[in-house]
Design a protein around this ligand. Structure first.
Ligand code: GTP
Ligand code: MN
Ligand code: MN
Length: 609
């Protein structure tokens, strides 16, 4: 039966769709969760105004000073709900073996039963929003659609910034297009007459994925990565499983366009773990004369081979959900210009006395602030004014360096893939892989010191293949093998070259050896020149590494011995990596592809010869 009537549907009694599966699911969820009303989100300006006003009244949002930050809002979360919760994130594949050793797993039937209990009556006293969205261009031949059902207005307005959301996506769904079901509740039902809190959430949290069913269910958290289900949950965890089945890649990568002094375009994709510089590199302002850069994406890339045999990348997102601390007019002027244009939601940054926002690392030296916990803050305060994982959520279209082809369903042909992490020692500023398989080995053994973007001990080194550890929808060994196979089936001449970068190497006193940020354009220039066969590099046991003389350092004001140090391949340091890689490969187990194992043996031999 295809009837568009939904009990409790707000305004009219008729849903704005005839999609039978969608209607059946909406009805089923409404019956289970018992919201006061059901609303289909349309993505309009009117809806934005209505929901942001509602959030201001509810105390979730504070409207910022329109002279400083037009149409922008600050949300302060519950202090326990500030980051992705990896310990509560599950891949509920039918077989435990398919989730692999890096994911939490619970049998899908059991998990569904647990969640059904939690969702029973979970939306009481709240509005249930039905949020249709599309990841990637709406004009794609096979648009990647989803519908998020949520009881959070914060989620609805954030989804409007981060995805192509509302009526256009609903129209694409038609009556029968497949879509990813993404169910979310903050897990805080309201009893009759019970007052709400500014940031409802629950101590019980579940971020669950059912890869075979292409389904997401998230409970208890309002934080972006846990609650904006189009992002990490769909575009990485579910999409990585889809990509594995269908022969493409869903990656935690920025997409950057470089324009050389000869006006030639080069597209680069780069995978760094959370809070390791993707957003910065995506919006880089090159410091070297003649070079320009444009932005296509700062967090996620979907890549597939085109008819011409090249690898094409699309950014599935529509906005930036960037780390605020450290962002400023010198480290990332383009991010600053993007948020200054307004229409931005800030979460867990500090509020200034004149209704603007502030965070550690931003210009200005405020005497007094309201910190992210809502307390008075002054320069003597010992606590940080902004949470280290505080974020801005801002429309991509406002980015002054946005590439004109950003919404092209074709995507852009990738010439280089960069892997990188945060390592104080050992890993040189830049290393070119010997070939695709060696590049996959580099990606598979990537390591980084843990940041504040997820709960856990900040600073400890963990292996993070292709920066995907928190985002893999299936077995890490199968994932690495998928990368190997894509390379085997492709024309080697047309494959992107793979590089490993480390902006974070330090000297004995803890200072960064490389100035980073805009100066990274010097490394990008070397990379492009390597692609063109126009730059020298030294053959080392770990790959091709330039000497300081082989990169363009003109006009760079740093100690040249620091640059030497940043590029050093220290065989003794690398020998210490070997048992760590060994341990990591044992952890991955039998599914580690033999090609990657071969690369490891070859590395050991080169280090010992
Ligand atoms: P997610 O959005 O969580 O996936 O992370 P991201 O990779 O986008 O991280 P982001 O670009 O926001 O990185 C922020 C952190 O990296 C800040 O602490 C920056 O100061 C630091 N950072 C970025 N680029 C550089 C660089 O070139 N050198 C140094 N030293 N730090 C950098
Ligand atoms: Mn990310
Ligand atoms: Mn980012």
């Amino acid at each position: 039966m295809t009837s568009a009537t939904i009990p409790g549907l707000s305004g009219t009694d008729t849903a704005p769709t005839q999609h039978a599966d969608l209607l059946a699911w909406v009805r089923e969820v409404a019956e289970l969760t018992q919201p006061d009303r059901v609303v289909f989100a349309d993505g309009s300006d009117e809806e934005w105004d209505r929901l942001t006003s509602h959030l201001v009244t509810a105390g979730t949002f504070q409207q910022l000073n329109p002279d400083k930050k037009p149409n922008s809002f600050l949300a302060l979360s519950d202090p326990t709900d500030v980051a992705r919760v990896e310990s509560r994130t599950y891949i509920c594949s039918r077989n435990e073996a398919d989730a692999g050793p890096t994911n939490n797993w619970v049998d899908p039937t059991e998990m569904r039963a647990t969640l059904t209990d939690l969702f029973r009556g979970a939306m009481k006293g709240r509005t249930m929003y039905v949020v249709p969205f599309c990841m990637g261009p709406l004009g794609a031949a096979d648009p990647k659609l989803g519908v998020e059902i949520t009881d959070s207005e914060y989620v609805v307005v954030s989804m409007r910034v981060m995805t192509r959301m509302g009526t256009a996506a609903l129209e694409k769904l038609g009556t029968d297009r497949p879509f990813v079901k993404a169910l979310h509740s903050v897990g805080a039902p309201l009893a009759e007459g019970q007052a709400d809190v500014p940031w409802p959430c629950s101590d019980t949290k579940y971020i669950t994925h059912f890869p075979e069913d292409r389904e997401i269910i998230s409970y208890g958290s309002g934080y972006g990565g846990n609650a904006l289900l189009g992002k990490k949950c769909y575009s990485l965890r579910i999409a990585s499983a889809m990509a594995h089945d269908e022969g493409w890649l869903a990656e935690h990568m920025l997409i950057l366009k470089l324009i050389s002094p000869e006006n030639k375009n080069y597209y680069v994709a780069a995978a760094f773990p959370s809070a390791c510089g993707k957003t910065n590199l995506a919006m880089i302002e090159p410091t070297i004369p003649g070079w320009r850069a444009e932005t296509l994406g700062d967090d996620i890339a979907w890549m597939r081979f085109g008819d011409d045999g090249r690898l094409y990348a699309v950014n599935p997102e529509f906005g930036f959900f960037g780390v605020a601390p450290g962002t400023n007019w010198s480290s990332n002027p383009n991010a600053m210009k993007t948020v200054e244009a307004g229409n931005t939601v800030y979460t867990n940054v500090a509020l200034t006395d004149n209704g603007d926002v502030w965070w550690e690392g931003l210009e200005g030296d405020p005497d007094h602030l309201i910190d992210w916990k809502g307390h008075d803050w002054d320069r003597e305060s010992e606590e940080k004014a902004a949470h280290p994982n505080s974020r801005y959520c801002t429309p991509m279209s406002q980015c002054p360096t946005l590439a004109p082809e950003w919404d092209d369903p074709q995507g852009v042909p990738i010439s280089a893939i960069l892997f990188g992490g945060r390592r104080k020692t050992t890993v040189p500023l830049v290393t070119e892989s010997l070939d695709w398989q060696h590049g996959v080995f580099m990606g598979a053994t990537m390591s980084s010191e843990q940041t504040a973007a997820a709960e856990g001990k900040v600073g400890s080194v963990r292996r993070d293949p292709m920066a995907m550890i928190p985002f893999l929808g299936y077995h890490v060994g199968d994932y690495v093998n998928h990368w190997i196979n894509l390379g085997k089936n492709a024309d080697a001449q047309k494959l992107p070259k793979i590089f490993y970068v480390n902006w974070f190497r330090r000297g004995d006193d803890g200072r960064f050896l490389w100035p980073g940020f805009g100066e990274n354009s010097r490394v990008l220039e070397w990379i492009v020149n390597r692609i063109e066969g126009a730059a020298e590099g030294e053959s080392t046991p770990v790959g091709y590494v330039p000497t300081a003389a082989q990169i363009n350092l003109e006009g760079l004001d740093v100690d040249s011995t620091d640059v030497d140090e940043s590029l050093k391949v220290d065989v003794e340091e690398w020998k210490k990596e070997i048992p760590l890689i060994e341990e990591w490969f044992e952890f991955i187990g039998d599914k580690l592809p033999s090609g990657v194992r071969d690369e490891f043996e070859a590395l050991k031999e080169r280090l010992h010869s």
